[in-house]
Design a binder for this molecule. Structure first.
Ligand code: MN
Length: 723
């Protein structure tokens, strides 16, 4: 309607320009046949439908493709949109071209059935498209088709515009990128952006227009400078300056969250030189002119990108302090960068030998099995870019990719772990198959389940995916695991009881969960299982539990006396002066004794004599031990003593005199005798320390008739040990 109808003769002229010996008859027949079949059809734009296949074939001619590709472009919509049958087409154009048109029709079907509305599926759809295509020309025609559809997208209603633009961005621009077709990819992205984000697109276009004059003079100025220094150094080069394509500016602005005002590197320069050494020489000269931005120098010549892109990149700080990008590469590299795989499909006649080998070399990285003749090589290419994978569908059209050899078991576990566990069989493309069946590209897989089914050990041989293998193993190990959990729980609870730790509290206040995650386990049971089967030492587990006590309320006033004899001692914990301490009743340490502190639950630090047997037992883990020291002694220590003697008159007086003789006050005294005339005295004496007590001991032992003197044993355990 707006554009003049493209003339077939124009296309023919382009083709004969690069391929003088082309099969003109084939192209003419294809054109006439297409015109006939599409007669009367119109596009949404109101144009005759024929405009579309003509434009597609012109794009293919501009890619310099061969006549088979261009004829396919002319015929590509016939099977889908006209009365022409496969047989009809084959009788006219043979098996080969018909095969290409059929492949294109199949892609359209895939698009419709499995429209990739979720970005997560896009990669799979891309891969599936590439893997299912046996001739590289199919994808080239498809991309040309999509490019023309994008160029004329404005005529469609908005919802379709948005959907097709999204599909282009998710599926076809990445495929163009993967195939190294930089120019086509850039155009697809710009067109998609215009329809996906029309407002932002318009604003950005306006902003760039405002800067066009400034940019043009800046480009001219920089180009003159670059050309100058290259000429001075006799380095022939073509220097191009340009504004980057819109989509790349847009993503940059998005990523950096800044406005166009602050972005100068929407400018990019490209130097096309003769040889690889010239590339590096030119890079050196650019860096002489302007300071490079650190970290922005990229050598894709030494390390090509996966799509075989080669170039040197640098960003420099320009004459006005604005950074801009410079790309340096040879003509051949430039051709590959712009046209990618299409550069390898150029019609070969009339081209200089020697270039081809270099051009084709990048395909080594994509496919193995390179043959000497590039033409043969490309014919045999099969474009199997992901040969190790198969793409399968759920009945709802979701795509799952697997390694080759995957079976319905892998598929079942991919759907859901429970589906995997209960998988009893599968239907592939509607047909019941054994679980060992290898999945093939394009299979629609339906899993049959039964609640009675459980995984068996031989499934490990059938499944190939790591996911399925892990899930099956986990299920098989579960029985063993339950036992380990039990054993671990028993050990853990027992040791906690011994330490006076309350397991129930740990569970309730979340410390158990934290403990498990600290050791790298998701659940308490996993931690206990690790203890139960001995993979984890119980000691390692308990140490942090003892350390990470939740804050305790201060003990009630009476707590200090509990288990201790009231006295005026001051014992400090090294480094932590405000910790509550008390002397342990079992050993009653006195000033002068070597002491150790033991952190109790909620009662502060119990201070034991270093040689107290209890403390050695308590310090199952030394982590609860703290260093303590005697502070200033402000009063006397009451020490309960137990004295044994042979009964005689005046014993009480003798005991009292002995204590008084050493300046030790007796606070209380209780005497008892039995029928055997053996007596005991329990008295509490006040001393100021260990040496004082020792003197009292000596004095008591010297009393005539006294058989034993010892510190009272106040716990049943201690009494028992003393017997
Ligand atoms: Mn089409």
């Amino acid at each position: 309607m707006t554009e003049p109808l493209p003339r077939f003769e124009d296309i023919l002229e382009i083709v004969s320009g690069y391929n003088p010996g082309c099969d003109e008859d084939l192209l003419r027949r294809a054109y006439v046949y297409s015109a006939m079949a599409h007669r009367g059809q119109v596009r949404v734009s109101g144009e005759p439908y024929l405009v579309h296949p003509l434009e597609v074939s012109r794009i293919l001619a501009e890619m310099h493709l061969d006549e088979v590709a261009i004829a396919t472009g002319l015929l590509h919509d016939l099977l889908e949109d006209t009365w022409v049958t496969e047989e009809e087409l084959e009788s006219q154009f043979g098996e080969h071209i018909t095969g290409l048109v059929k492949a294109l029709t199949k892609i359209t079907t895939m698009e419709q059935s499995y429209a990739a509305r979720e970005a997560a599926q896009a990669e799979n759809v891309r891969r599936m498209l590439l893997a299912s295509i046996v001739d590289v020309r199919v994808i080239l025609v498809k991309l040309a088709d999509r490019l023309h559809n994008m160029r004329t997208l404005g005529f469609l209603p908005e919802d379709r515009r948005k959907r097709i633009a999204a599909e282009t961005m998710e599926i076809y621009a990445p495929i163009a990128h993967r195939l190294g077709m930089g120019r086509l990819k850039a155009e697809l992205e710009d067109l998609a952006l215009a329809y996906q984000h029309p407002d932002e697109y318009r604003r950005l276009t306006e902003q760039l227009q405002q800067r066009e004059e400034m940019a043009a003079s800046l480009i001219a100025q920089i180009r003159t400078t670059i050309t100058g220094i290259l000429e001075e150094n006799s380095l022939p080069a073509e220097v191009r300056g340009r504004i980057k394509h819109l989509y790349s500016i847009w993503t940059k602005l998005r990523r950096q969250g800044i406005g166009l005002d602050r972005v100068y590197d929407f400018l990019a320069f490209r130097l096309i030189v003769d040889t690889v050494p010239h590339c590096y020489a030119a890079l050196g000269l650019i860096h002489q002119l302007w300071r490079p931005v650190p970290g922005r120098i990229k050598d894709y010549i030494a390390m090509p990108k996966p799509n075989a892109y080669q170039s040197l990149h640098t960003s420099v700080i320009g004459p006005e302090g604005q950074p801009f990008e410079v790309q340096i590469r040879t003509r051949d590299m430039d051709e590959i960068a712009e046209r990618g795989i299409a550069a390898h499909w150029l019609y070969k006649e009339g081209r200089q030998p020697g270039h081809d080998a270099e051009r084709v070399s990048w395909l080594h990285s994509l496919v193995e099995g390179h043959q000497e003749n590039p033409r043969d090589f490309l014919n045999s290419l099969k474009l199997n870019l992901y040969p190790e994978e198969v793409y399968t569908f759920t009945p709802k059209g979701e795509v799952f990719a697997f390694a080759r050899g995957a079976t319905p078991i892998d598929f079942a576990y991919r759907v859901h772990t429970e589906v995997g566990h209960h998988c009893v069989g599968a239907r592939i493309n509607g047909k019941l198959v054994p679980l060992r069946t290898a999945l093939a590209n394009g299979d629609i897989v339906e899993i049959l389940t039964s609640t009675n089914q459980v995984p068996s050990r031989d499934w490990l041989d059938i499944a190939v995916s790591g996911r399925a293998q892990n899930k099956i193993r986990a299920w098989l190990n579960r029985g063993e695991k339950e036992q380990a959990v039990e054993a671990g729980r028993r050990l853990f609870d027992r040791e906690c009881r011994k330490l006076g730790l309350r397991v129930k509290e740990f569970r309730e206040d979340g410390r158990m969960a934290k403990l498990a995650s600290d050791h790298g386990f998701g659940k308490e049971d996993d931690l206990l299982a690790a203890i139960g089967c001995g993979r984890l030492s119980l000691r390692d587990v308990l140490v942090p539990l003892v350390r990470t006590k939740p804050p305790q309320p201060p003990p009630p006033p009476g707590a200090r006396a509990r288990g201790a004899v009231a006295d005026g001692s001051v014992i400090t914990v090294r480094g932590q002066r405000d910790l509550l301490t008390f002397r342990a009743q079992c050993c009653n340490p006195l000033p002068g004794d070597e002491i150790v502190g033991y952190v109790t639950r909620g009662r502060g630090v119990a201070v034991h004599a270093a040689n107290c047997p209890n403390i050695r037992k308590l310090l199952f883990t030394s982590e609860r031990e703290v260093e303590v020291e005697w502070g200033g002694v402000t009063g006397a220590f009451a020490v309960p003593l137990h004295v044994g003697f042979e009964d005689r008159p005046g014993m009480l007086a003798s005991l009292s005199q002995a204590a008084n003789g050493e300046d030790a006050n007796i606070r209380s005294c209780h005497l008892a005798t039995n029928e055997d005339r053996l007596g005991t005295a329990d008295l509490v004496v006040e001393v100021d320390g260990r040496s004082h007590l020792d003197r009292v001991f000596t004095a008591l032992r010297h009393i005539d008739g006294v058989t034993s003197v010892e510190v009272s044993l106040t716990t049943p355990e201690r009494r028992l040990r003393a017997l």
